[in-house]
Design a binder for this molecule. Structure first.
Ligand code: 6GU
Length: 241
């Protein structure tokens, strides 16, 4: 089973999301187990501070090294020896996350997320403990918990057995390089809005052609970058044949 740890000043935030989502269902299925370590539990009395002013000045506070290193040591002591662990620090200056990175994490044994809610974390944490610095896009959030949960959700849904077959990850956008096609369900006509007749035709070949065409048109317009990549791949296949 995959072990996932969060080192965070806000364990409640993580627990709530896990328990109310498919992450929680994956835990019930015993495919993954979630743990949180409250960084305040590893801070020094009497003030139990986990952040402090930055050396050299500047705005914002910096997450202190001691609580993080201590919490990390405790996590390592709970994991089997020589198990394969990735230590993830979600940060806007990290490598931008994508489907391939999610797939890669889904295949790791243990994931340890270090979440700061401060201007930064002491660089020694990043230098000594962190294996992966990951950003979820070019904008800034107030803390690492939401991005950690985004990264985790994307990875956990790719673990075999987490999704039901009808939620299958195989036809996802990005898994196949093209964006997903539009979907319709009953009623066939709703407020005078009709579903595309081809989808009700029963002609599987035509349905597949329609879906592919829709995916291609959407990708061309919204994501010229993916469209270019897709065409290169298709050309590769054609040249190979
Ligand atoms: Cl990983 N963290 C924060 N705080 N903001 C972000 C981010 C991560 N990725 C994009 N913005």
């Amino acid at each position: 089973m995959k072990q996932v740890y969060f080192l965070t000043p806000f364990p409640g935030m993580v627990k709530t999301v896990v328990s109310e989502s498919i992450l929680g269902r994956a835990e019930k299925k015993e495919l993954v187990q979630f743990h949180t370590k409250n960084l305040f539990d590893f801070a020094d009395p009497p003030h139990y501070r986990i952040d402090d002013y930055p050396f050299g000045g500047g705005a914002g506070m910096v997450l202190k090294p001691e609580p993080v290193f201590r919490a990390y040591d405790e996590v390592i002591s709970e994991l089997p020896e020589n198990s394969d662990s990735r230590v993830i620090f979600p940060t806007p200056d990290g490598k931008v996350f994508d489907h391939d990175a999610a797939l890669n994490l889904s295949r790791c044994q243990n994931l340890i997320f270090i979440n700061g809610h401060y201007k930064g974390v002491d660089q020694r944490i990043r230098d000594e403990l962190v294996t992966d610095e990951i950003s979820i896009g070019d904008y800034v959030l107030t803390g690492g918990e939401l991005p950690a949960l985004v990264i985790l959700d994307a990875a956990v849904r790719l673990i075999p057995g987490v999704l039901n077959s009808y939620e299958s990850a195989e036809s996802d956008s990005f898994a196949g390089e093209l964006l997903d096609c539009p979907h319709y369900t009953r009623p066939e006509s709703f407020r005078n809005l009709d579903s595309p007749p081809v989808l009700l035709s029963g002609n599987h070949k035509e349905i597949e052609n329609w879906k592919k065409k829709q995916s291609e048109e959407k990708t061309k317009i919204r994501r010229p970058d993916l469209w270019k990549k897709y065409n290169k791949l298709e050309d590769g296949i054609k040249n190979y044949e």
